[in-house]
Design a protein around this ligand. Structure first.
Ligand code: NAG
Length: 370
């Protein structure tokens, strides 16, 4: 337990880079590079179906997997050259059940209202989402979900027909990213985008987009543990025109349990599919007050120090009890909750908890764990 716990403690330090305040202005882009690869015409709105499925399973322990699905219509409006806006419509949130068909999430109404009610402005430079611009205050989890959509939309290649390695910032962090052309057809080009997750910075406490939702998922989906992660996308473009689809897959394998046979695996599949376009926009270029990057906003997850101490102690107790004899399907979720709680603690509190473990005031009955 101790080396494992220490590894968890090492994750406890996290840095955040928040939005920067700007002088009041109505334009989001500070410059506009001439766009030649992609063509989104000012005054048009481009409609995409967006779907994300998050499924978690404990292979080797149980065959069950739990899935949470978000679907929405993403409307990308081109307000002016390099000035775009994202609106969501008809957002749905559904999860799988152990028995029976899928079930609408308990607080779906609140979820939909929060996501569908506000516009997210961003500066778009020929494929790259340069920054996002904030007029009204948005809840961090709402921003994070929208940043996830824009991350799938982003392409940093200078030429979609040539391989290129770039450093790219999106919701997964700032990462070395490899772009490779796949197929060039008569009218379209497809490319693969692969992130080298080990090179990423700004992802100390990255957890996947949907987890930040203030909604209790009665399953493993609530949190994703510290893991081995892979991230890959395939994007298709109509030549010299718009993106027609993007499919991204991210898998997380929770290492503490991943020996040969068993491992907690979470996979996140995102897809963005072009539907059609309208020849008008509905958003205005209102004043903006701050700018932000596509990086994940962690402030949604930060509990108070006292709450965090209590949560950490409770989680440790639960883990000790549930792992007394073997590893249960709920264990990765508990570890992940523990990591979240530990991150909010200061060093004195961490030491106190470690001492409680050493002196067996916490986990007295669990000899093996200690
Ligand atoms: C990109 O990086 C990969 C892995 O380091 C390398 O194999 C590949 O040749 C690079 N591609 C280009 C175009 O530099």
């Amino acid at each position: 337990m101790e080396p494992r716990l220490l590894a968890l403690l090492a994750l406890a330090s996290a840095a955040i880079a928040g939005p920067i305040t700007v002088r009041e202005t109505s334009s989001c882009a500070t410059e506009c590079r001439i766009s030649n690869q992609f063509r989104y015409i000012p005054g048009n709105t481009y409609l995409y179906d967006y779907r994300v499925d998050i499924s978690t399973s404990m292979s080797g322990v149980s065959e069950d997997s739990a899935t949470l699905t978000l679907t929405t219509m993403a409307e990308l409006e081109v307000l002016a050259p390099c000035e775009m806006a994202l609106n969501l419509r008809n957002t749905r949130l559904v999860h799988s059940q152990a028995r029976g068909g899928p079930k609408v999430a308990d607080r779906e109404d609140y979820f939909r209202r929060s996501l569908d009610s506000s516009t997210l402005r961003f500066s778009y430079q020929d494929g790259v989402v340069e920054h996002i611009c904030i007029g009204n205050r948005e809840e961090p989890w709402v921003m994070n979900i929208k940043k996830g959509i824009l991350s799938a939309f982003q392409n940093s290649m200078d030429n979609v027909k040539e391989s290129q390695n770039v450093t790219e910032t999106d919701v997964t962090g700032t990462c070395e990213t490899q772009y490779k052309p796949l197929i060039s057809g008569y009218y379209s080009d497809s490319v693969r985008k692969i992130k080298d997750i080990l090179t990423c910075t700004d992802r100390h406490d990255y957890r996947t987009i949907v987890q930040m939702v203030p909604y209790h998922v009665p399953s493993e989906l609530q949190s994703i543990p510290v893991m081995k992660t892979t991230h890959e996308c395939e994007q298709v473009f109509r030549r010299g025109d718009v993106m027609t689809s993007a499919t991204c897959t991210e898998t997380h394998v929770y290492r503490p349990f991943s020996n040969q046979q068993s491992g907690a695996t979470t996979s996140v599949k995102q897809s963005l599919t072009y539907k059609n376009y309208k020849t008008h926009v509905s958003s205005r270029q209102d004043m903006i007050y701050s700018k932000d990057s596509l990086l994940f906003d962690h402030s949604a997850t930060r509990p108070s120090a006292e709450q965090a101490r209590r949560q950490a102690e409770e989680k440790l107790k639960e883990i000790c009890e549930s792992t007394a004899y073997d590893v249960r399907p709920e264990s990765p979720r508990l570890f992940s909750d523990l990591v979240t709680a530990l991150k909010a603690l200061d060093i004195q509190t961490l030491e106190r908890i470690l001492n409680q473990l050493k002196s067996k005031r916490l986990c007295p009955g669990n000899e093996k764990a200690l």
